[in-house]
Design a protein around this ligand. Structure first.
Ligand code: ZN
Length: 174
């Protein structure tokens, strides 16, 4: 099933999402399947359950080069239930982000460049790992959706916000 992407202004994008109590339930499996199907119809590199109108703590990170993100590294799409992260280094870097819930816009967003993360996987296993660079950025972006935040909330200066047409014209994606 393909979900409808909630657009900026929808209340569900501003809620703190609920913890998944049973990672193996039919309801959770269905939610994950819908998230996977929905993400596959887009050029996004990640998606969070609130973006399809479900205020639950599930995200998918699926970095891959697409016309939307030409320099994104390729990785297996990874489902993360009840994800959490810790800061490894307090160094932040600004880079470009966009969001399926905020079409037509790109902005420079400061993010931690290296984080330790943990989550429950689709089989119910507990996973701990480290992420850096672009993938760490995608994680922090999707995690924000679970907290009711969007990337524009983190932009430091309105001049860091670009129309997507202008962003592509200037080939700002290195
Ligand atoms: Zn987003």
């Amino acid at each position: 099933m393909i979900g409808e992407i909630a657009q900026l202004g929808a209340n569900v994008l501003r809620l703190k999402a609920q913890v998944i109590a049973d990672s193996l339930s039919d309801e959770t499996r269905q939610l994950i399947a819908t998230l996977q199907d929905t993400l596959a119809t887009t050029q996004g590199v990640g998606i969070a359950a609130p973006q399809i109108g479900v205020s639950k703590r599930v995200i998918i990170i699926a970095s891959r080069p697409t016309p939307r993100y030409p320099s994104a590294p390729l990785m297996e799409p990874t489902v993360m239930i009840n994800p959490a992260f810790q800061i490894v280094s307090d160094i932040q870097e600004k880079d470009w982000e966009g969001c399926l819930s905020i079409p037509g816009i790109r902005a420079l967003v400061p993010r931690y460049i290296e984080i330790g993360i943990n989550y429950t996987d689709q089989q119910g296993g507990f996973v701990e790992t480290r992420l850096e660079g672009f993938v760490a950025r995608v994680f922090q972006h999707e995690f924000d959706h679970l907290e009711g935040a969007v990337y524009l909330d983190r932009v430091e200066d309105n001049r860091d916000i670009f129309a997507e047409s202008e962003y592509f014209k200037n080939r700002l994606d290195k």
